[in-house]
Design a binder for this molecule. Structure first.
Ligand code: HPA
Length: 251
C-alpha cells in the first residue's frame, strides 16, 4: 500500500535510489497533473513521486496545476505528502544548502486556482489553517535529518511569492518585516489544497541562494544550481533515514 508521496521541486526531477516500477496517469476533475505519477520503491518503502514542474521542468510555478497534482496523489492512495521546494534564504540561519522544515506560511501569491471549495457547493466551507503543516510529518522529517547528520532548521515561516521572477530587495525587506524566513514560489496553494483534502502535508525546503539583497550583487542561476545540487544530496540523506514503519498520520 502506498501512503507516502513526494512532490519534487526545482532541482528534484528524480530521486536518488528511487526504483521506478510504473507510471500512472490519473484523471482528475481539475485537469492534468504535472506528469504521470511514478510508483516505486525507496529503501524498500512504496513511494509515489511527482515532479511539480513536469519531467522536463517546463511548468513555471504560477502555471502548476496544484489542484490536479494534490488530487491525483490522493486518488492514487497518498495519505501524506512531502513537498520539496527550492527557496531563497531570508533569515541568517537559512544559508544556502541548508534544509529547513517550515512551520508557518505567508501567502503572497495571486490568481492561482487555490481551492477545491468553489463550485457546486452545498455549503460554504472554511478549513482550519492555523498550523498549515502536518506536525507529525514535520517531526519525522526533522528526526530523519538529525539522524542523517544533515544540518536542519526546525522551523521557519515560508513566504510564497508569485514568480516566476525573483524578488526585489525591497520586497524581501518587507517579507522579513512580515516575519518570513524563506521565500519560494510553490508552497502555496499546495499546502492549503492538501489540508482541504485532509492529507498530512509538510515541506522540506532546500535553500538555493540568499534572497534578493541578502548577498552582494545579483542572484546568479549558476549559484542556485550548484547550491541545489548540494542541498538535494542532504535531502536524499534525510530520506534514507525516514522510518519506514511510521504510524498513520495525524494532523
Ligand atoms: N525567491 C523565490 N523563489 C526561490 C528563490 C528566491 O530567491 N530561490 C529559489 N526559489
Amino acid at each position: 500500500m502506498v501512503d507516502l508521496a513526494i512532490i519534487g521541486g526545482s532541482g528534484l526531477t528524480r530521486i536518488e535510489g528511487f526504483e521506478a516500477q510504473r507510471h500512472e496517469t490519473v484523471n482528475t476533475p481539475f485537469g492534468d497533473a504535472s506528469a504521470p505519477l511514478m510508483h516505486g520503491l525507496l529503501d524498500g518503502r512504496q513511494v509515489l513521486f511527482l515532479p511539480r514542474h513536469g519531467v522536463e521542468h517546463h511548468i513555471p510555478p504560477h502555471k502548476v496545476n496544484y489542484r490536479a497534482n494534490v488530487w491525483a496523489l490522493r486518488k492514487a492512495g497518498a495519505k501524506r505528502i512531502i513537498g520539496v521546494a527550492a527557496v531563497g534564504g531570508i533569515s541568517s540561519q537559512a544559508s544556502p544548502g541548508t534544509v529547513v522544515v517550515p512551520d508557518q506560511i505567508i501567502d503572497y501569491t495571486y490568481g492561482r486556482k487555490h481551492t477545491y471549495f468553489e463550485d457546486d457547493l452545498t455549503q460554504v466551507t472554511h478549513i482550519d489553517f492555523t498550523d498549515p503543516y502536518c506536525e507529525s510529518l514535520r517531526q519525522l522529517l526533522i528526526g530523519a535529518a538529525q539522524q542523517a547528520g544533515v544540518p536542519v532548521v526546525l522551523e521557519g515561516t515560508y513566504g510564497a511569492t508569485q514568480g516566476p521572477r525573483l524578488e526585489t530587495t525591497s520586497e524581501i525587506n518587507r517579507m522579513e518585516r512580515d516575519g518570513c524566513d524563506l521565500v519560494g514560489m510553490t508552497g502555496m496553494p499546495e499546502a492549503a489544497l492538501a489540508r482541504e483534502l485532509d492529507l498530512c502535508y509538510a515541506s522540506c525546503a532546500v535553500v538555493a541562494n540568499w534572497a534578493a539583497g541578502r548577498s552582494e550583487g545579483p542572484i546568479m542561476m549558476k549559484e542556485i544550481e550548484s547550491n541545489l545540487t548540494g542541498g538535494m544530496k542532504n535531502f536524499f540523506k534525510l530520506l534514507s533515514c525516514l522510518p519506514s514503519d511510521a504510524s498513520t498520520p495525524s494532523m
